[in-house]
Ligand binder design. Structure first.
Ligand code: SAH
Length: 267
């Protein structure tokens, strides 16, 4: 049965009932100022808000006091709700007539499983709207002042998930190297294995890396090093999720955060 047909049937079976819309909304990397205007409006007007653990409390605090907030916090090793249960929850709320703001860290369609949520909603006859957010790569690049592309250093950027099905079998050859920037999401636990994988593919051990933890938040840390030392940088500094790893020459250019401090000091 097609989605349209299912939606039609859902309506025909109960024509008086209203079906809500599910808004898949990107909350950005943390700083509430990095919400889009549309996202901010939706959060402030939400009556039902379903959110992940990555969404900053300051953003959740923008919601109306009558808003029903449902946390489906997912952490790498501790899932409070399975993805199919989250999808079912969204469908259930919408079929009960509620508009649902589904707030996700960063952008809903970048490692956010927004695709699965949208597919299940549509298959159940629930309309979906997607509101993009500032993905962690852009948020981290801006906060750490590491350009992802640079005329002299990189004209290709790749986003990969460091924690995913079949990481070891994946072929990453060519994703990193001269003229290229590799951005790794969810790579804290696998940092050392990733560095070894890339070096086995021929990447120089001296290739610069940066690890950006809690980008755009007050507690942000930016750690720099080389590919061979990536595992040590992560373990010695006890880097915790959420953190992003940037591999490529862009991470080894002059430290613009440091320059910025000097410029600010003499201004
Ligand atoms: N949809 C999100 C990504 C979800 S996957 C987005 O577009 O950003 C979760 C991963 O995103 C984390 O493990 C981390 O690698 C990265 N991440 C999210 N927020 C971050 C932040 N503030 N600082 C650094 N990395 C972040």
């Amino acid at each position: 049965m097609t989605c349209a047909r299912r939606a039609h049937l859902a309506f025909m079976s109960n024509p008086s009932s209203r079906v809500g819309t599910v808004y898949l909304v990107g909350a950005g990397p943390g700083d509430p100022d990095l919400l889009t205007l549309r996202a901010a409006r939706l959060v402030m007007n939400a009556r039902v808000l379903v959110h992940d653990g990555l969404v900053d409390p300051a953003i959740l605090a923008m919601a109306h006091r009558d808003c029903r907030m449902i946390s489906v916090a997912k952490q790498r090793s501790r899932h409070t709700l399975q993805q199919n249960e989250i999808n079912a929850l969204l469908v259930r709320e919408a079929l009960a007539g509620n508009d649902v703001v589904r707030l996700k860290g960063g952008d809903p369609f970048v490692f956010g499983r927004g695709g699965e949520e949208a597919e299940d909603c549509l298959a159940a006859g629930v309309p979906v709207q997607v509101v993009p957010g500032v993905s962690a790569a852009m948020g981290a690049a801006a906060s750490a002042m590491i350009p992802l592309t640079h005329r002299d250093a990189a004209s290709i950027v790749t986003f990969v998930a460091g924690q995913c099905k079949g990481l070891t079998e994946q072929n990453w050859a060519g994703l990193a190297g001269v003229g290229r920037t590799l951005v790794i999401y969810m790579g804290v636990a696998t940092a050392e294995a990733i560095a070894e994988k890339l070096m086995a593919d021929g990447l120089a051990p001296t290739m610069p890396v940066a690890v950006i933890e809690n980008a755009s938040r007050p507690q942000m840390r930016v750690l720099r090093g080389s590919l061979a030392g990536l595992g040590t940088v992560v373990s010695a500094n006890r880097v915790k999720s959420p953190a992003l790893i940037v591999i490529g020459d862009v991470a080894g250019r002059g430290d613009m955060m440091e320059l910025q401090q000097v410029v600010e000091a003499v201004k």
